[in-house]
Design a protein around this ligand. Structure first.
Ligand SMILES: O=c1ccn([C@H]2C[C@H](O)[C@@H](COP(=O)(O)OP(=O)(O)OP(=O)(O)O)O2)c(=O)[nH]1
Length: 207
């Protein structure tokens, strides 16, 4: 089912209405509303006008995203991707382009330089707590590439609670037998055993 939402738009003299390139496109192309061609040298950036002003309904945002063709073929990216268009913004929509290639790139009037999506955004009301309702998660505090390593962080493992040890072992056994090995060596076999039966079997089935 397709939901249609009316969004008010003003087309400036130099602008063109963004439109969907195909029936199934989710982003609408934004056009460069430049008076004269602009040469973007390598690593140069340019805030391109688009010639449109939009009034996004409250509860929605505009996202300015790059076009993959421009990126893949010419190294042209949207620097602040995705650009955020606030619902209370009444200025001209602009696109901050950057040339990440080693060749100059020419932007001409009417070029399709980016795409815009209007998407719903819930209003968040912070609810301060001392403890989270759901505190134990598979990721826990891991981030920034933590899931890359198949090995148990020994120091962190030693310091963790039994519940955390179970969590670490569950994750690591599925990825790599080293942690199970470690658990057995360190005498954590009671923890590892029930996990061994379920996780180790499924590990072997998936490889
Ligand atoms: O790619 C973009 C990003 C932003 N804007 C406009 C609409 C947006 O509502 C306004 C502010 O953008 P943002 O909040 O990202 O910028 P800021 O640096 O935080 O500025 P401000 O202090 O004005 O919010 O600039 C654009 O036209 N194109």
């Amino acid at each position: 089912m397709i939901t249609e939402i009316k969004v008010e738009i003003k087309k400036l003299p130099h602008g063109e209405l963004p439109c969907y390139a195909t029936i199934g496109s989710v982003g609408m192309d934004l056009y460069a509303a430049v008076d004269a061609p602009v040469i973007l040298r390598p690593l140069e950036r340019f805030l391109s006008p688009t010639g449109i002003i939009i009034s996004i309904p409250n509860g929605f945002e505009g996202q300015v995203r790059p076009r993959s063709g421009l990126a893949a073929k010419y190294g042209i990216a949207v620097l602040n991707s995705p650009g955020t268009i606030d619902s209370d913004y009444r200025g001209e929509v602009k696109v901050c382009l950057i040339n990440l290639s080693d060749q100059s790139y020419e932007i001409k009037e009417g070029d399709r330089i980016a795409q815009i999506l209007i998407t719903p955004v819930p209003k968040i009301i912070w609810h301060s707590v001392e403890e989270f309702t759901i505190d134990e998660t598979e990721r826990h505090t891991g981030g920034f590439g933590s899931s890359d390593s198949p090995y148990v962080d020994v120091a962190a493992f030693e310091k963790s609670t039994l519940l955390e040890k179970e969590r670490i072992l569950t994750q690591k056994i599925v990825r790599n037998r080293t942690s199970l090995h470690y658990a057995a060596i360190q005498g954590y076999t009671e923890v590892a055993k029930p996990l061994f039966i379920t996780e180790y079997v499924s590990f072997h089935r998936t490889i």
